[in-house]
Design a protein around this ligand. Structure first.
Ligand code: SF4
Length: 205
């Protein structure tokens, strides 16, 4: 897993807040990562670019090409923040873990703290589905930041888009600075949600 620095969104439940600033001390140069990958050829199968938001990196496509040239399969974790850049790297990717925050209306802005974030995520989600690249849509959930009714709307949105693989991830407090939850994380009607997707799972914290 390669954790990329920088994300313009500010989800209250983010458990990697140290990765949000564009720059931070202690990073590892891509050339060092590449050298590590050279040494591990044949031992590791894939490189997953995560974050932060990997598509915030101008060098992401080059890094993916270089890792591919060493024989690695490529994974991407993204919230679809930059639809154009997201679409540009899709041909280089074998699998995407696509992070969906909320129904694609104003609720999205409430969760991310950023205007028009729902439109960006929707555009990227559409591009992912049209690309044919393997994927999993996933949502980190706790009723403290997204109500059960909002989760219902979100999963209905995804069903209508044609999403076939979806995971609901129970919010984990570890690493999160801005959200202190009370009560059960996942208390929705999971059977009803599951019926909207051919493949559905819940990941407990
Ligand atoms: S999009 Fe991801 S990395 Fe960015 S603030 Fe939200 S949870 Fe954190």
């Amino acid at each position: 897993m390669v954790y990329c620095q920088g994300c313009p969104w500010r989800c209250r439940y983010c458990h990697n807040p140290h990765l949000l600033p564009r720059r931070a001390a202690g990073g590892i140069a891509w050339s060092e990562v590449l050298e590590f990958l050279r040494r591990r050829r044949g031992l590791l199968d894939a490189v997953v670019f995560s974050g932060g938001e990997p598509t915030a990196q101008p060098g992401l496509d080059r890094a993916m090409r270089e890792a591919r040239a060493l024989g690695y399969r490529i994974g991407l974790h993204s919230a679809g923040i930059y639809p154009r850049r997201f679409a540009e790297v899709l041909p280089l990717v074998d699998w995407v873990g696509f992070d969906v925050k909320a129904p694609f209306d104003a609720t999205y802005e409430r969760v991310t703290g950023v205007r028009a974030s729902g439109a960006a995520a929707l555009e990227s989600g559409r591009r992912l589905l049209a690309s044919g690249v393997d994927y999993e849509f996933r949502t980190t959930w706790h009723a403290g930041f997204l109500s059960t009714a909002e989760l219902e709307r979100l999963t209905q949105n995804l069903h209508e888009l044609g999403v076939r693989r979806y995971a609901l991830q129970e919010f984990r407090a570890r690493g999160c600075l801005a959200f202190r939850p009370e009560g059960n994380a996942v208390a929705a009607d999971l059977d009803a949600l599951a019926r909207r997707f051919p493949q559905f799972c819940v990941r407990r914290a």
